[in-house]
Design a protein around this ligand. Sequence first.
Ligand SMILES: Nc1ncnc2c1ncn2[C@@H]1O[C@H](COP(=O)(O)OP(=O)(O)O)[C@@H](O)[C@H]1O
Ligand SMILES: [Mg+2]
Length: 255
Amino acid sequence: MKQILRIEHMEKYYGNKNNITKAIADISFHVCKGEFVGIMGASGSGKTTLLNCISTIDTPSAGHIFLDDVDITEIKEKEIAKFRRENLGFIFQDFNLLDTLTIHENIAFALTINHIASEKIDKQVLSVAKQLGIESILNKFPYEVSGGQKQRCACARAIINSPKLLLADEPTGALDSRSSQMLLDILQSMNNELNATILMVTHDAFAASYTKRVLFLQDGHIFNEIIRGEKTRKQFFNEILDVLALLGGDLSNVR
Ligand SMILES: Nc1ncnc2c1ncn2[C@@H]1O[C@H](COP(=O)(O)OP(=O)(O)O)[C@@H](O)[C@H]1O
Ligand SMILES: [Mg+2]
């Protein structure tokens, strides 16, 4: 299968010579088109650093990150924002909807700043809104819709530009269990039905059990990797718990 993301010997250090933190110490892995991959690890294991480097928000200290064969560590500063807009989708923990824009305008936002013709934007918005079951609320404002509908709006916005990769850092971190499950169901259907490629950081074994493969980070290294395969979600969940137990530490206070 086609590799969308390829990380080669990536390292990331913070600080200076006298006081150095190795946030990522030599990580290599790849993600193929249509995969749904989870990244787990205790607080401080390097999850956010890894995601920020893939998001082009931060730059690695060494190594390379390829997105669809483009080395994103080599993209020029002034081209990064455009690259991010055109190639990546983000799901934020608090959904980040703009209160003064309608649901339609929120979803269309990325396309509007990409200067795409308005008829084309309307068509695309309607198409993703239908896929996510929110076509009837497009003219409402975020305060007029339910939490679940806001989630769907945030997901529609993240995939409107058909990103090569969808990134989510602890997307269920601030949600109660029912809302978490709704969001995970949406992510799973975007993966299964829209063939979206998703990389999700989570400390939550339940959330991770929705993915097809989980990478476990420890002290900036990949400690283990497990694949769901033909297992049921419940079986995969138990397997994830087993690896977390191996990883040790107090995972109840992970972020
Ligand atoms: N901007 C920064 N400056 C200095 N150290 C940092 C910075 N960001 C992260 N770190 C350190 O790098 C390590 C990994 O952090 P992070 O990627 O946030 O872990 P996680 O998301 O798994 O909790 C931690 O030791 C953290 O303190
Ligand atoms: Mg983090």
